[in-house]
Write a protein that binds this ligand. Structure first.
Ligand code: 3H9
Length: 719
């Protein structure tokens, strides 16, 4: 096999069975060398008269993780995947896919061209291409509906979520589960089959498709599912068109041809590039550029959470879901039992919605233990403090933790903006103190900002990043600076939304414009959800003058309009509903406040709304990058997509700016400066990149970032 090709397929023989093992660490994607290896090894087995059957499996923890994602958009080397798969499908000897781990995308599609499929009980199968802006383009849209019916297949391809071996067996994706040695069981399975004169091919199974012909509801339901769960995305519609072809075309090969055409349209679509940027961006974000890969980790086998409120409960669920026993501490017995009740209710909801079995619920509930005593935390490996945002309170808790918990344990603060160094200074182990900013609801939201204090050790940082991965989080490192990454960027975004309201746009117009851009929720719906009264009350209590951008929301509060909590805010809400209805009665308040502040209201276009809000994010992002608060531009994209409802198919704000053109972003900012020169000044890094590379890429070297920042300790004003 040519050396320059990536990955290989190992060929061994066991009696009359050839064993082909895909070997392309760490997860065996179908890179050039694997495609070449599959073609060669199938031919070799077919040309050897002593071989009666073939087993295809993967080396290590994965079967095949799909096509090699890094090849998309590049000129491919070696044979194409379709050629390799044809060799398998038309093999003279029966082929069994022995699925030893993850079979995803092209990996499952490879298994679907085999005559038989057996998995271990840990195997996972799925067609997640939609998450990359793609469709299963190696026959998946034609073969999976034949095997499990178009309705189930559509659900699986639109969700893109893999399923367990047990479910795959129930649905008919695989034929058997091996409870012992996969290869031995596979050999025994094949010995039973090799005497047969013919072996099944998925391409020939037409019954389920013929049953579906004329049943319009299948496609209509899939369209409704895509509209609900994948708003704005291109690939789901393409998947549905492929399945429509599978249902209506008599000839399998015509369906395959259509699949290839629709795949190509996805491949050249900008959403594909954006979503693959996010796939690799998330993996890049999990690495800390100045911490060696080999840094030893502190083993996390048990955990504690301080505070049993919404955040504490959600964080405890994350530990339990990752299989880590967790103690949840509260000093108030009533709060603690209420908190445990909420956790139980959340899990029950998952059981009711079919997202978890009763057994799984029992297992996680068994490893969440309530406690009222710090002493019970003595032996845990990490504690996450999750009480409300008050520096003195947190410092006091860290002092108690420092005394009660063993010296090796990591102490983390779930803060959205307090100074981690100030918290760490109340302990004798500042090197083991770190910020873990979870997003609410913590058991649902994927974003985790890991805040690096000036003394956080490499081991602490690497351990917490690994823990985030184990919890299934998208973890991003932020330096200890006001607002960290996400909330600091959010400030400019909401500032602009509020200014647009003062200048003449209505909340409904601003929200609709940003939601049509793809944001999951417009800023005014968000403010109503959070509650307008929080800031208003804090300002009243502290005797703080209302800033211009809060004048309207404070005026609404004066009229008892607090948001969703009392059914009226920027919008009106009907009893028990979260659906916003315009509130025309507010318009006189908006006019009055604008007038009082000498702001001339005017017609504002949707495009101006989008540009001002999004480029406010981008400009702040450029400053964050310049200061080294974020390691990479891509990290900010991960933050915005996973924590702030930015559409994944636009690749995050920084990627969007790259695609828009940094030069044009600078032009827009200069244009907006004519409206408000205090707010709008292009960040020096944005201007520099616009005139140099034209793109946000990697951040500058990380040395001395913290020093450059020059932040003071104390309350940095959690946003
Ligand atoms: C497809 O198949 C299209 C076909 O339908 C049609 C073709 C014509 N390629 O995630 P991890 C890298 S589209 C290249 O940290 P885990 C990853 O970047 C594909 N590289 O491990 C990382 O590199 P690094 C459909 C890949 O254990 C390293 O492997 N398939 C690929 O947490 C480890 O990854 C998918 O969408 C790949 N396919 O999770 C599956 N996969 O160390 C995508 C991974 O340099 N993959 N890498 O950062 C996954 O979902 C997860 O990686 C997996 C393992 C669950 C497999």
């Amino acid at each position: 096999m040519a050396n320059e090709l990536k990955g290989t397929v190992n060929y061994t023989v066991n009696g009359n069975i050839a064993i082909l093992e895909v070997d392309n660490p760490p997860v065996n994607p179908l890179s050039s060398g694997v495609r070449a290896g599959l073609t060669d090894c199938i031919a070799k087995a077919n040309n050897d008269d002593s071989i009666k059957g073939i087993i295809l499996t993967g080396a290590g923890r994965s079967f095949i993780a799909g096509a090699d994602i890094s090849e998309f958009g590049q000129k491919p080397d070696g044979p194409d995947l379709h050629t390799a798969l044809k060799e398998i499908e038309f093999s003279k000897k029966p082929v069994l896919a022995a699925i030893n781990g993850t079979a995803l995308g092209g990996g499952l599609e490879t298994a679907l061209v085999c005559n038989y499929r057996m998995g271990t009980n840990k195997a996972i199968v799925g067609l997640p291409e939609v998450n990359l802006g793609l469709l299963p383009g190696a026959g998946g849209t034609q073969r999976l509906p034949r095997l499990i019916g178009p309705s189930q297949a559509l659900k699986m391809m639109i969700a893109g979520t893999p399923i367990s071996a047990k479910k795959a067996l129930q649905q008919g994706v695989i034929d058997a589960i091996s409870e012992n040695s996969l290869i031995e069981d596979g050999i025994a399975f094949l010995q039973d089959k090799i005497t047969l004169s013919e072996h099944p091919k998925v391409r020939d199974k037409n019954e389920k498709l013929l049953e579906a012909r004329g049943a319009d509801n299948i496609l209509a339901e899939a369209k409704a599912l895509a509209a609900k769960t994948r708003r704005g995305q291109f690939a789901p519609g393409q998947i549905i068109s492929c399945v429509e072809a599978a249902i209506n075309e008599d000839d399998f090969d015509i369906g395959m041809k259509k699949e290839s055409e629709y795949f190509l349209e996805c491949l050249v679509h900008p959403q594909r590039e954006a979503m693959i940027h996010i796939f690799f961006g998330e993996r890049a974000a999990s690495k800390i550029s100045d911490i060696p890969k080999e840094t030893p980790l502190h083993q996390i086998n048990s955990a504690g959470v301080v505070g049993s409120g919404t955040m504490g409960g959600g964080i405890a669920m994350n530990f339990a879901n990752a299989g880590i026993p967790v103690l949840i501490l509260d000093q108030d017995e009533k709060n603690l039992s209420r908190g445990m009740g909420v956790i139980e209710k959340n899990y029950q909801m998952m059981v009711d919605r079919g997202r978890m079995s009763q057994d799984q619920k029992d297992t996680v509930m068994q490893i969440i233990t309530p406690t009222l005593s710090y002493e019970d935390l003595a032996d845990v490996d990490i504690v996450v403090e999750a009480v409300y945002e008050n520096l003195e309170l947190k410092q006091e808790i860290f002092k108690s933790l420092d005394t009660a918990v063993n010296d090796q344990a990591i102490l983390a603060s779930n803060t959205s903006g307090l100074d981690i160094d100030a918290i760490a200074s109340s302990t004798n182990r500042p090197n083991k103190v770190v910020g873990t900013h979870f997003f609410s609801p913590a058991n649902v939201m994927r974003l985790l900002e890991v805040v690096r204090g000036s003394k956080s050790s490499d081991e602490t940082m690497a351990t917490v990043m690994a823990l985030g991965k184990k919890m299934g989080k998208a973890s991003v490192v932020s330096l200890n600076a006001p607002g960290f990454i996400g909330n600091r960027m959010l400030y400019g975004y909401t500032y602009q939304a509020n200014m647009l309201l003062l200048e003449g746009a209505l909340p409904n117009q601003i929200d609709s414009a940003l939601e049509s851009f793809g944001m999951s929720m417009g800023p005014f719906r968000m403010m109503d959800l959070v509650g307008l009264d929080l800031g208003w009350r804090a300002r009243k209590l502290g005797g703080i003058e209302t800033p211009l951008t809060n004048k309207i929301s404070d005026a609404l509060c004066e009229q008892d309009r607090f948001g969703q909590k009392n059914s009226k805010g920027f919008y009106n809400y009907s009893e028990g509903s979260r659906a916003p209805n315009p509130a025309p009665e507010n318009e006189s308040i908006y006019k009055e406040v604008s007038e009082k502040n000498n702001i001339q209201r005017r017609e504002i276009s949707d495009q101006e709304i989008i540009d001002r809000c999004i480029f406010a994010l981008v400009n702040e992002g450029a400053k964050i990058l310049e200061e080294g608060v974020s390691q990479r531009a891509g990290d900010m994209d991960i933050v915005y997509i996973n924590g702030y409802g930015f559409p994944i198919w636009r690749g995050g704000p920084m990627f969007y700016a790259n695609q828009f053109g940094l030069g044009k972003v600078v032009e827009k900012i200069n244009e907006f400066a004519e409206l408000d020169k205090n707010f709008w000044k292009p960040a020096p890094m944005l201007e520099k990149l616009a005139s140099d590379s034209g793109l946000f890429g990697e951040a500058p070297a990380p040395e001395d970032r913290a020093k450059k920042l020059g932040f003071t300790t104390g309350n940095m004003g959690g946003v």
